[in-house]
Design a protein around this ligand. Structure first.
Ligand code: ADP
Length: 244
């Protein structure tokens, strides 16, 4: 078997006396939509922040495509094809919807200067907005978008860098059922064209439909992993969720 696209080995992070992530090991195989679930406080967000370079681990290793990342840094990881979203979508509110995509192209501010925007970036941005149903809003400031639309925009913007691995942090939290379906459709479409995903999500119906395998954390550790059907009936998982 080839090396996982992303692997964590014995990862650990303490906050004072709390072991938020406590010897966590698992891999994300290329071509999967891997789910990461667990009760509140089980360490999912901390793990995401470690893997994406927003926090520094106290212990363990992170490997991307079989190569150890000594000092994870968000910008460097972005250039190596690893992108993430946030629970609260991060977009530039004062920029237009299209500019939010252009700035994500990696060609810096000059790309925003209207006619000086690289034609390729502009075309790629416009194609993504069409794909995500946001084309009619291209010239509107991002702050005018609904919460769900901002989540879509954040997702669309990170695709400007053609990432190999996308980490989604609760992609459907706080959005309406129609938007849940829309988000699911976009994840599936991108998965079908070769993007690998690691998804933290509380909507169990969505996790069971979308993710395989599913990794379950509790108390900072991986307590189960496997196909959604087997994880769902695992006594350790039921116990964790029922507070046993
Ligand atoms: P999850 O995302 O699964 O809800 P978190 O990673 O947010 O879990 O939290 C794991 C544990 O670490 C919790 O006990 C939480 O209170 C603690 N924790 C997370 N971030 C911090 C922080 N910045 N300072 C102190 N404790 C934290």
């Amino acid at each position: 078997m080839t090396a996982p696209l992303l692997e964590v080995r014995g990862l650990g992070k303490r906050f004072g006396g709390v072991a938020a992530v406590d010897g966590c090991s698992f891999g994300v195989q290329r071509g999967t939509v891997t789910g990461l679930i667990g009760p509140n406080g089980s360490g999912k967000t901390t793990l995401f922040n470690l893997v994406t370079g927003y926090l520094r681990a106290d212990a363990g290793q992170i490997l991307l495509d079989g190569r150890r990342i000594a000092r994870p840094d968000p910008a460097r990881l972005y250039r190596r094809g690893l992108c993430r979203t946030f629970q609260q979508p991060r977009v530039f509110p004062d920029l237009t919807v299209l500019e939010n995509l252009l700035i994500a192209s990696g060609h810096r501010w000059p790309a925003l200067a209207g006619p000086r925007a690289r034609a390729g970036d502009r075309a790629a941005g416009e194609a993504l907005l069409a794909e995500f149903g946001l084309a009619a809003l291209a010239a509107d400031p991002a702050e005018e978008l609904s919460y769900g639309q901002r989540k879509l925009l954040e997702f669309a913007a990170l695709l400007m860098s053609a990432p190999a691995l996308v980490l989604l942090d609760e992609p459907t939290a706080g959005v309406n059922p129609t938007m849940v379906r829309t988000m699911e459709r976009h994840i599936r479409a991108r998965h079908a064209t070769g993007t690998t995903f690691l998804v933290v999500e509380h909507d169990m119906g969505l996790v069971m439909r979308l993710c395989d395998p599913v990794v379950v954390m509790d108390g900072g550790r991986v307590i189960a992993q496997g196909p959604p059907g087997s994880v769902q009936t695992d006594p350790r998982v039921l116990d964790a969720y029922l507070g046993g």
